[in-house]
Design a protein around this ligand. Structure first.
Ligand code: PLP
Length: 399
């Protein structure tokens, strides 16, 4: 997909619009499957991007699905994933949401002692489960996206193993898998190896264990000079660790991973229009027809998204601060060198496939953008832009 294709899409469908070049998802998926042993399964973390067409495309590639809410499970089933290809990894849900997932026959991952106990008391060994462990490894791009550290709400602390064992033994729970997800954007692949070693130690406690789920942490480059997780080398190291373990113990597990960003981040291109160029004493602002209500990552995670001016690619370069139209501090980027931006120019935010549209909201009573899929050289609308009526859809006018 070229910049010309993007400009045509902006013209045809208007802005703001999310565009997904879905073939890049396939490229990423095949990089993963080509790097690890055949006995490894990848569960796309649906929460990164759940448009039903994206889910269907990923299903066709042969991937599996990791879901964090019962609605993601339902979307996955609707997209064609069979129940054995879905893992449900919720947190802070009550037992009824777990039981809803049981009715769908998907794999279930339990992440706290209270639910484990309730589950054991009610269902015993009738339904195999995963247990989510918090290994207390600090990893991930920043504190907000790190999930394994000591203050994190996720998983059951590794220091509570005795308690887990007590519940499992006394209620006969059948533990088919262990899970850990230490965070997003792990820079050091040895963190996975460290996690795997911990898994091997824990595995001794669960005789029925079949699966080890290492979560995600696969990194993609957001700016020039950033690295992508070297999956080739990681795959080699992990496979060796698995083989060594099998040699030593005679036991063999299937390894699972849950990439979100790695699969869909680079597929996404978010197109906006420059509304206003505003020169203040200190800064030249580009005010665009979007805001953190559409792409929250810069404001929420201090995330860097590459921005390019598509409609004036040869203009002289100038330094801009790119801001949104929300009545709040709403900065996409400080001090960016862009080809001269004029009012009306089309800008693109790269790497907008993961946690872009998915985290959008109606703050300031602004409408959510459209989504377009680009496949085989063709652009197709896959979600229409919201309309004013959508803001009132669920409101009950009583006055
Ligand atoms: C969010 C999440 C992922 C995916 O993380 P990425 O950084 O997008 O790869 C995987 N597993 C679980 C349990 C998650 O919550």
């Amino acid at each position: 997909m070229t910049n010309q294709d993007l400009l045509k899409i902006a013209d045809e469908f208007g802005t703001p619009v999310y565009v997904y070049d879905v073939e890049s998802i396939k490229v990423q998926y095949e990089k993963l499957t080509g790097s690890f042993s055949k006995n490894t399964r990848f569960f796309y973390a649906a929460k990164a991007l759940t448009n039903i067409n994206i889910l269907k495309y990923i299903e066709k590639q042969g991937a599996n699905l990791d879901c964090v809410s019962i609605n993601e499970v339902k979307l996955g089933l609707k997209a064609g994933f069979s129940s054995d290809r879905i893992l449900f990894t919720p947190n802070c849900v009550d037992i009824t949401e777990i039981e809803e997932a049981m009715a769908f026959n998907v794999h279930i991952n339990i992440d706290n002692i209270s639910i484990l106990e309730q589950f054991g008391n009610k269902h015993g060994g009738n339904y195999p489960i995963f247990i989510r462990i918090n290994p207390h490894i600090f990893a991930g791009g920043n504190y907000k996206i790190s999930t394994g550290h000591i203050d994190s709400k996720f998983g059951i602390s590794i220091h509570q193993m005795r308690h887990i064992e007590r519940i499992v033994k006394s209620t006969n729970i059948n533990v088919e898998g262990l899970h850990m997800h230490t965070g997003s954007e792990i820079k050091d692949p040895d963190v996975f190896l460290q996690g795997l070693e911990i898994m091997f130690e824990l595995a001794d406690h669960f005789p029925n264990l079949k699966y080890l789920d290492m979560g995600s942490g696969f990194k993609v480059p957001f700016q020039d000079g950033d690295l992508e997780t070297d999956v080739k080398s990681l795959g080699k190291k992990v496979d060796k660790a698995m083989k060594d373990y099998t040699k030593e113990t005679g036991k063999e597990f299937q390894l699972w991973f849950e990439p979100g960003k790695y699969l869909v981040s680079q597929s996404g291109h978010f197109l906006v229009k420059s509304n206003v160029i505003k020169q203040t004493t200190a800064t030249v602002f580009v005010g665009v027809n979007s805001g953190f209500n559409h792409l929250i990552r810069p404001m929420f995670y201090d995330a860097y998204h590459k921005i390019e001016n598509l409609s004036n690619p040869k203009g002289p370069e100038r330094i801009y601060t790119v801001v949104g139209n929300i009545c709040e501090t709403d900065t996409f980027a400080w001090d960016r060198k862009l080809h001269e931006v004029r009012e009306g120019d089309v800008l693109v935010f790269r790497n907008a496939g993961a946690y872009g549209f998915e985290m959008s909201s109606n703050f300031n009573s602004r409408l959510k953008p459209a989504e377009v899929m680009f496949l085989d050289g063709k652009a197709t609308l896959i979600r229409k832009r919201e309309e004013f009526e959508d803001l009132l859809k669920n409101q009950i006018e009583v006055l």
